[in-house]
Design a protein around this ligand. Structure first.
Ligand code: UGY
Ligand code: MN
Length: 246
């Protein structure tokens, strides 16, 4: 619902909260029967882009830019990902990591929504390039964050040096919270997947709910507390595994 002149969206120097009432759809060259909502890109100061693909029936989407690797996470519906000769069916909660060398096509017959992170890849001399990964977040192990059994993290990508970004799902029981106000050099792109709560970003506290997107610039102080009677979770990107001068 749009209330005249009101939105929770707030764009600040070191963070942005972007809520669905203010999303604008835009076509991309070569996409068919689908649109994109670009949430985050270098125009906001980020070293990566994050967008939602919205597929109508018989949609097809252009692959990542040359030199970029990407991660596609399906929010709803069904997508078909053709990599080489293999076709993978990606349903809700499925994801795919595509290294920069991979030639692929992404289509959807029945429609759906997927969030994508894309980043220019930084290679490490003497290290092999990452390979394609297909997975489903429902089957990923959950491990405690800071030894708190109510805050659990799932890692979508292996903890290996080839990967220059990480994408995780943070799961919170109602009433649980990050154990500290994190302040770090890595930047974040985040989408609330379930539940909601209060996000501290810089010196502001925001109520957040499912579907909200957040950009956190390097050094943005950040803290989350989960509210309500059901668990909360969010999908979160961060740059990872590289020298901070790169
Ligand atoms: O990995 C992280 O930096 C993560 N715990 N940050 C966050 O949830 N805001
Ligand atoms: Mn963080």
């Amino acid at each position: 619902m749009q209330r005249f002149g009101f939105t929770r969206t707030s764009v600040q120097r070191d963070h942005s909260l972007l809520t669905s009432d203010s999303f604008i759809r835009a076509p991309f060259p070569s996409d068919k029967n689908g649109t994109r909502v670009v949430h985050i890109n270098p125009a906001i100061g980020a070293g990566f882009t994050m967008f939602t693909l919205e597929a109508q029936k018989n949609a097809s989407f252009a692959a990542a830019l040359d030199g970029c690797s990407s991660l596609i996470f399906v929010l709803e519906g069904e997508f078909s990902l053709k990599v080489g000769k293999k076709t993978h069916v990606l349903k809700t909660s499925s994801y795919a990591f595509l290294p920069l060398t991979e030639d692929y096509s992404l289509t959807s017959k029945s429609g759906g929504r997927a969030v994508v992170f894309e980043k220019p890849y930084i290679a490490v001399a003497g290290t092999k390039l990452p390979e394609t990964i297909i997975g489903n977040s429902k089957t990923l192990p959950k491990t405690r964050v800071m030894n708190d059994s109510r805050v659990l993290v799932q890692m979508l990508l292996p903890d290996e040096i080839q990967f220059d970004f990480a994408v995780n799902i943070m799961n919170f029981e109602p009433g649980s919270h990050l154990s500290l106000v994190e302040t770090h050099v890595m930047e974040h792109g985040l989408m609330m997947l379930t539940g909601g709560g209060i996000y501290r970003l810089g010196d502001a506290w925001y109520p957040v709910e499912t579907g909200d997107v957040i950009y956190m610039a390097p050094y943005c102080p950040q803290w989350f507390g989960a509210l309500g009677s059901t668990p909360s979770s969010y999908l979160i990107y961060k740059d990872w595994n590289r020298h901070s001068l790169e």
